[in-house]
Design a binder for this molecule. Structure first.
Ligand code: KG4
Ligand code: ZN
Length: 362
């Protein structure tokens, strides 16, 4: 499944020109300050950036979803409403930046949950309008890729990015800050979702990814789960989840304590399978395209098994691997600021009637 990130909703040259002039007159102390907001899923985050450098990155996570075993969209948007003003205020205070110093506001427009996106987007647009500064809409998936440019070392173009989170699994060919092509993505569950759903089968709390990782470090992958054979560069994880479900059901029938007795080995086996699916596809893509610059981003980039395997395969294939700092792997406004910054430098701003979108690359 090949898809190109769509064209941005920007005006033409005149509007860009207007944007550039605007930034020049607003700059008070010779510095450019951006506020960024992220609210696409269940994290409310705000970041402040000065001249492309992150000054603060505040994240309010919503632990409330653990009791439901997954994210409840209605609850997520209500929590964003509670948190948004507080998080933005905290980010500005931490950065030591006044609202009056801001030169632009960047915000995630999608993909994500409609209610969650609406909270951040409405807040950002209202703030930009009231301050008379540009509003810059950001694609969340592009921002994950551009998180590699927050800190050194930074990848060289062209590079591959494996974006692995609770909502997405993509291999992206990144030719420049703006030219990105999705070469493959999941046909069903995302990698993080595969971890979380497998954890649910085992009775682990949500999100189960980090817990499976912890158990896996003390276990061995002795239970074989199938690796699906999917054509091209797409992924599939739903078969693995079903195989785990049937395996656990059969074993628990024989021994009701099977899970608690073998939790480490079960988790090691689940993790091994998910990591194999990811790394085999990435290796295939890298060989096909002759690319050795490889970035990993998204919450699942925290997984120790994935990091170990990539390091091992990377050594064999002579890859340069890039992992953003952990605070920029999971959903965060720092990466939105980074993506917004590249637009800001180009003088690009977005219209105030920009709408949130659930899926897609626009
Ligand atoms: O990027 P992220 O914070 O939010 C989304 O956009 O989804 O990713 C969250 C996902 C969850 O599915 C969580 O279980 C997974 O990342 N995750 C992990 C680990 N840490 C977070 N999965 C496996 N191992 C981890 N150490
Ligand atoms: Zn994300």
């Amino acid at each position: 499944m090949i898809g190109k990130f769509g064209q941005r909703q920007n005006g033409g040259t005149a509007e860009r020109q207007k944007g550039l002039n605007f930034y020049i007159c607003k700059m008070i102390d010779g510095n450019s300050y951006l506020l960024a907001i992220e609210s696409s899923c269940d994290d409310t985050s705000a970041a402040v950036m000065c001249n492309g450098v992150i000054l603060s990155n505040v994240i309010a996570s919503q632990a409330i979803h653990a009791q439901y075993g997954g994210i409840v969209p209605e609850v997520a948007s209500r929590m964003h409403q509670e948190n948004i003003a507080i998080v933005v205020d905290a980010a500005l205070k931490k950065a030591g930046v006044q609202v009056s110093q801001l030169n632009g506001i960047a915000c995630t427009a999608g993909p994500g949950l409609m209610g969650s996106l609406t909270v951040g987007l409405s807040f950002a647009k209202a703030m930009a309008l009231s301050l008379g500064i540009p509003f810059i809409s950001v694609n969340h998936m592009r921002a994950h890729v551009l998180s590699h440019f927050i800190d050194a070392p930074k990848p060289q173009f062209p590079f591959f990015n494996l974006t692995v989170s609770g909502g997405h699994t993509q291999i992206v060919l990144v030719r420049s800050y703006s030219d990105m092509e999705v070469l493959g993505q999941t046909l069903d569950d995302a990698a993080g979702e595969a971890f979380d759903k497998s954890g649910k089968i085992l009775g682990l709390p949500y999100p189960a990814g980090p817990i499976i990782d912890k158990h896996a470090r003390q276990g061995k992958p002795i239970y074989p789960f199938p690796i699906p054979h999917i054509e091209g560069l797409d992924f599939s994880f739903s078969g693995v989840k079903t195989a785990i479900l049937y395996f656990i059901r059969d074993e628990v029938r024989k021994d009701p304590d099977f899970i608690s007795k073998h939790i480490n080995d079960i988790c090691a086996s689940i993790q091994h399978t998910i990591v194999e699916i990811l790394v085999r596809k990435l290796t295939f893509a890298a060989q096909q395209y002759g690319i050795k610059e490889i970035g990993i981003a998204g919450g699942v980039a925290a997984n120790s098994g994935l990091r170990d395997k990539l390091t091992e395969v990377g050594r064999v294939n002579d890859w340069n691997l890039y992992f953003p700092a952990m605070q920029y792997c999971t959903d965060n406004a720092g990466m939105i600021a980074m993506a917004g910054w590249f637009e800001f430098l180009e003088g690009i701003e977005s219209p105030l009637d920009t709408k949130p979108f659930i899926r897609g690359m626009q």
